[in-house]
Design a protein around this ligand. Structure first.
Ligand SMILES: [Zn+2]
Ligand SMILES: [Zn+2]
Ligand SMILES: [Zn+2]
Length: 338
C-alpha cells in the first residue's frame, strides 16, 4: 500500500497493477479496445490481437479485468485507467527526433526584445533569451522565461513557433483548473501557497541606462534567483502534481481582466499566451505589491496605453476586487508589437 499525499490509500496494489501491463499481448488488448468503436466480443478481440493464440488469451484478459478493462453483456471495453495508459503511451510516443537542439524562434524576449531560442529536453520545453537573464535562474539555462513540460507527441508536425504556442495552451489547460482547486491529472484537491521573496532586488528596466555599476541590470535577484518576487505554488494533495506560476497569472481568467485586455485589442480568452509571446511589452508594465500582511493581500497593476487595471488578490489566489482607472502616465509602449 502506497499512501497518497492526502493520506488516502491506494485501492489496488500499484506494483501488481503495473506488472499486469508487462506483456505485449495485454498492451495490444488495450490498444485494440481503444481503437474499437465500442465494446468488443471475446472472439473479435482475440482475432484482432492474437489470431494464432488459442490457449493463453483468456488468461491475459483476466489479468487486465477489473483495473484496466471491464466486461459486460456487450463485451470488453476500457476502464478509465486503461484509457489513461493508452493515452500516456500515445503522448510519450517519439515520432520524430525529440531532442531539438537550440533553435531560433521567430519572436522576441519578453523582457529585453532580443532573439529567443527553443530547447527541448527531458520532455520539457524551454524558451530562453539569447541576451538577458530571463525570468528564472537556479538549475535552468540562463535566459529562461518559459519552462513547461510537454509530451514528445506534441512536437510532431509543428514548427518551433507552433510548438511554443501549443506548449502555452497545454500549460493553460493544466494551470487553470489548478487555480480553481482541481488537479488536472487526478481531480484531487489543490493546495495553494504564495512564495514572496523577502529581500527582492528588482532588475532595472533593460531599456534604462545603468545607473549603478555595482548592480548589473541583467542579473536576477540574488535572494530568490528570479526576476519576479512572488510565485504561486499549486500542488495536488493527492497525487502531488505541482506547478509554479507567476502570481499575476492568477487574475488572467477573471472576466474583468479579460474584458480589460479585450478592450485594448488582446482577443484571447486566456491572455497569457499573447501577453508573453505576441505582446511582450504589456507584460513589462505589470507590477505586484504586497499591500496587507497576515493574511497577505497583493495588489496587481496592469497598464495598457492610458488605462490601468488594479486588482487585489488573496494569498489563496481569490480575486477580491478589480478596478479600472486612468493611468498616471501612458505606458511607454502600446503593446502592439506586430
Ligand atoms: Zn531578454
Ligand atoms: Zn528576490
Ligand atoms: Zn492530482
Amino acid at each position: 500500500m502506497l499512501p497518497t499525499a492526502d493520506g488516502a490509500t491506494w485501492d489496488a496494489n500499484p506494483s501488481e497493477a503495473f506488472a499486469t501491463l508487462g506483456h505485449e499481448t495485454r498492451l495490444d488488448v488495450l490498444g485494440a479496445l481503444w481503437a474499437a468503436d465500442g465494446p468488443m466480443r471475446y472472439e473479435a478481440l482475440r482475432r484482432t490481437v492474437a489470431p494464432d493464440d488459442r490457449g493463453n488469451f483468456g488468461y491475459h484478459l483476466d489479468k487486465l479485468a477489473g483495473h484496466f478493462i471491464k466486461k459486460s453483456d456487450v463485451g470488453y471495453e476500457l476502464r478509465l485507467a486503461g484509457e489513461q495508459v493508452v493515452r500516456a503511451i500515445i503522448a510519450g510516443t517519439i515520432t520524430a527526433n525529440p531532442e531539438l537542439s537550440s533553435r531560433a524562434v521567430d519572436s522576441e524576449c519578453v523582457f529585453c526584445g532580443a532573439p529567443v531560442e527553443l530547447r527541448y529536453d527531458d520532455e520539457t520545453i524551454t524558451v530562453q533569451c539569447t541576451a538577458c537573464a530571463g525570468l528564472v535562474g537556479g538549475d535552468l539555462p540562463r535566459g529562461t522565461f518559459m519552462h513547461y513540460e510537454f509530451p514528445p507527441g506534441g512536437l510532431s508536425g509543428r514548427s518551433p513557433e507552433e510548438i511554443v504556442d501549443a506548449a502555452h495552451t497545454y500549460y493553460d489547460a493544466k494551470i487553470i483548473p489548478m487555480m480553481r482547486g482541481i488537479c488536472p491529472i487526478c481531480a484531487g484537491q489543490i493546495e495553494t501557497r504564495v512564495e514572496v521573496c523577502e529581500d527582492h532586488e528588482p532588475i532595472a528596466d533593460d531599456n534604462e541606462p545603468i545607473s549603478d555599476e555595482d548592480t548589473p541590470t541583467d542579473e536576477l535577484c540574488s535572494n530568490c534567483d528570479s526576476r519576479t518576487e512572488a510565485w504561486a505554488i499549486l500542488q495536488c494533495e493527492r497525487c502531488r502534481y505541482t506547478r509554479r506560476s507567476v502570481l499575476w497569472f492568477s487574475i488572467l481568467t477573471h472576466p474583468g481582466v479579460v474584458a480589460f485586455y479585450y478592450d485594448h485589442g488582446v482577443d484571447d480568452p486566456v491572455p497569457l499566451r499573447k501577453l508573453t509571446w505576441e505582446r511582450a511589452q504589456i507584460e513589462r508594465t505589470v507590477s505586484v505589491d504586497v499591500v496587507e500582511r497576515a493574511p497577505t493581500v497583493f495588489r496587481i497593476c496592469l497598464q495598457i496605453d492610458e488605462e490601468q487595471l488594479v486588482a487585489e488578490l488573496d494569498d489563496d489566489l481569490c480575486v477580491r476586487s478589480v478596478e479600472r482607472i486612468p493611468a498616471a502616465e501612458p505606458a511607454a509602449t502600446t503593446g502592439d508589437t506586430s
